[in-house]
Ligand binder design. Structure first.
Ligand SMILES: Nc1nc2c(ncn2[C@@H]2O[C@H](COP(=O)(O)OP(=O)(O)OP(=O)(O)O)[C@@H](O)[C@H]2O)c(=O)[nH]1
Ligand SMILES: [Mg+2]
Length: 380
């Protein structure tokens, strides 16, 4: 769906025959007024004109690039890395299994007819290749042990911060290699799902500290296992009062259409979900659900919980955006900071040592970005 969203947006724009028509349609779609754009846009050193379909002598075939992109993506597959963080026993491993409809988090071990997921005791990354309708995704689930379980939780976010930064460092080192790989293996955390405990209280100091420390280095999606929306507004107020922005951040919205979609997602924060891999019979159909004394809570039923909204955000509508934000914003910030630090060991990477005549020219090339990698990534 995330792919078809990108495709449908693009093909919709390509179909439109004139700039005026495009503006009118966008205005109608978004309910906003767009400033009319000049037919010929120019900058001091570059002339640019807009040639619409009606002005072309015939069919060029530009739209076929979409099929090419699709074909390339299907052949190469893509990587997606998700991390789960929260107190012990909150259902982190179960939720990841529910999201991907498989045992991707930790393999269950059977004991006395009951399937149990073993307790997560260390930061542990497990990868799986998942294929659906010919599209291959290498999914890595980074499971973390109970967060804030101890009596003294001072700096308990540090191992998680270190893990996230280590993945950026690995990627940076690969990128700086003279003989670098055509496709750099990507272990960077694209999304961190943070589980709030179902205590019925506002955010705890430890939740705020975690999000303050992690919010600037990874996209955080907040959820809880409570089926009440009563505290939702207060929790959003707590986040705003502490200057914490969780994904999807307002400042990254690219256009009015995206803002409308993201505003509806922001209304759901924190997502109230249930997770399970058990199926139950409901009206003659098998559905994923949790049996409670009040009845069966159906995982996929939007009237019962917000699992489907969370799943849509993480997989069907924003997976590529999560990857783009990680690469273009979060990793970029890390990269620039690291390259400005004196302690990057350039000689270890086979590059000219700092201070040598070649150093500054190499450094400015590296700092200006690796355009081919960015483009390759954003097409997945
Ligand atoms: N009520 C309820 N229980 C859940 C839910 N999700 C998981 N559980 C149960 O909670 C228990 C712990 O689930 P896990 O998925 O192992 O939790 P975890 O957070 O990964 O636990 P640790 O690895 O020990 O930190 C299991 O018995 C699950 O069946 C949920 O949405 N609601
Ligand atoms: Mg676990």
């Amino acid at each position: 769906m995330f792919y078809s969203r990108a495709l449908s947006n693009r093909s919709y724009l390509l179909e439109v025959t004139s700039l005026q028509e495009r503006e009118l349609i966008l205005e109608r779609k978004n309910g906003v007024h767009l400033e009319p754009q000049p037919a010929h846009c120019s900058s001091p050193d570059q002339d640019m004109s807009y040639i619409s379909g009606a002005d072309l002598f015939g069919y060029v075939g530009i739209e076929a690039v979409l099929d090419q992109m699709r074909h390339k993506t299907m052949k190469a597959g893509f990587e997606f890395n998700i991390m789960v963080v929260g107190q012990s026993g909150l259902g982190k491993s179960t939720l990841v299994n529910t999201l991907f409809k498989s045992r991707v988090s930790r393999k269950s071990c059977s004991s006395l007819h009951q399937e149990r997921i073993p307790k997560t005791v260390r930061i542990h990354a497990v990868s799986h290749m998942i294929e659906e309708k010919g599209v291959k995704m290498k999914l890595t689930v980074v499971d973390t042990p109970g967060f804030g379980d101890h009596i003294n939780n001072n700096n308990c976010w540090e191992p998680i911060v270190s893990y996230v930064n280590e993945q950026y460092e690995k990627y940076l080192r690969e990128e700086l290699n003279v003989m670098r790989k055509r496709r750099i293996p990507d272990t960077r955390v694209h999304c961190c799902v943070y589980f709030l405990p179902p205590t019925g209280h506002r955010l705890r100091a430890i939740d705020l500290e975690f999000m303050k420390h992690l919010g600037s280095i990874v996209s955080i999606v907040v959820m809880w296992l409570m089926l009440t929306r009563l505290l939702m507004i207060q929790i959003r107020q707590d986040l705003a009062a502490n200057g914490i922005q969780v994904y999807p951040q307002k400042q990254y919205d690219e256009d009015p259409e995206e803002s409308i979609l993201n505003n509806s997602i922001r209304e759901c924060i924190p997502f109230a979900v249930v997770g399970t891999d058990r199926e139950h019979q409901v009206n003659g159909n098998k559905v994923l659900g949790r049996k409670t004394k009040w009845g069966i809570i159906e995982v996929e039923n939007a009237a019962h919980c917000e699992f489907s909204h969370l799943r849509d955000l993480l997989i069907r509508s924003h997976l590529q955006d999560l990857k783009d934000v990680t690469h273009n914003i979060l990793y970029e910030t890390y990269r620039v900071r690291r390259l400005n630090q004196a302690n990057v060991d350039f000689s270890e990477l086979g590059l000219p040592p700092s201070g040598s005549p070649l150093y500054s020219s190499v450094c400015s090339t590296l700092c200006s970005g690796t355009q081919d990698t960015c483009e390759g990534e954003s097409q997945l």
